[in-house]
Write a protein that binds this ligand. Structure first.
Ligand SMILES: C[S@@+](CC[C@H](N)C(=O)[O-])C[C@H]1O[C@@H](n2cnc3c(N)ncnc32)[C@H](O)[C@@H]1O
Length: 179
């Protein structure tokens, strides 16, 4: 139960386990040979992000919350680059912070109150620009996730590839691609 000792110190009982971080990396690694770069959205406590620090393709890290930005620099060093930005402001292009033609790993929440038309639009544009999205969710079924249901109905391929039960709460890894 190693993850019980890795809580975020933010007052939240929700935290990703090391096992889940390793699983997100394993899944994303399947796509490294297809892309020259990656982008990681929502570094949070860094439990998942730590696996992507030495990835064979360079990753840009993005986090919008100032407390987690601080935590990232405390954990990985002031010199480790982090884009203190909101996902929704990132361009759909092939620049270092662009969402086009890359492997996008996202720990950003996408369910419930986090669902929006802008979210659908940004995911759709990234997928149409050749990117593969590896998204975590605490909701295990595709049909329960409005964003995924919507993208599937538009013809995108959405797969649940893994669920890690030793996580608080259990978390699934989904892969989204243009069919
Ligand atoms: C579920 S938590 C991160 C999970 C991470 N694996 C952990 O254990 O800490 C989600 C993170 O996404 C960040 N986030 C949410 N919406 C975002 C957005 N629009 N742009 C960038 N980061 C965002 C939050 O600030 C939070 O740090």
């Amino acid at each position: 139960m190693v993850y019980l000792t890795k809580l975020k110190h933010t007052g939240s009982v929700i935290s990703s386990s090391d096992k889940f971080g390793a699983k997100m990396f394993d899944v994303a690694a399947r796509y490294f040979s297809q892309y020259a770069r990656g982008i990681f959205i929502g570094t949070g406590s860094g439990v998942v992000a730590q696996y992507f620090m030495q990835a064979p393709v360079p990753f840009a890290f993005v986090e919008k919350h100032p407390a987690f930005v601080r935590q990232f620099h405390e954990r990985f060093g002031a010199d480790t680059p982090l884009l203190a930005k909101d996902f929704f402001t990132l361009p759909i292009d092939e620049s270092g912070e662009g969402l086009a033609n890359c492997v996008m790993v996202s720990c950003m929440p996408v369910t419930g109150m986090f669902y929006s038309e802008k979210l659908v639009e940004q995911f759709r544009d990234a997928l149409n620009s050749g990117s593969t999205i590896v998204q975590m969710s605490y909701t295990p079924f595709i049909k329960q996730i409005r964003l995924f249901d919507r993208l599937q109905r538009e013809g995108f391929k959405v797969q649940r590839v893994s669920t890690v039960f030793f996580n608080i709460p259990p978390a699934s890894v989904f892969v989204l691609r243009k069919a």
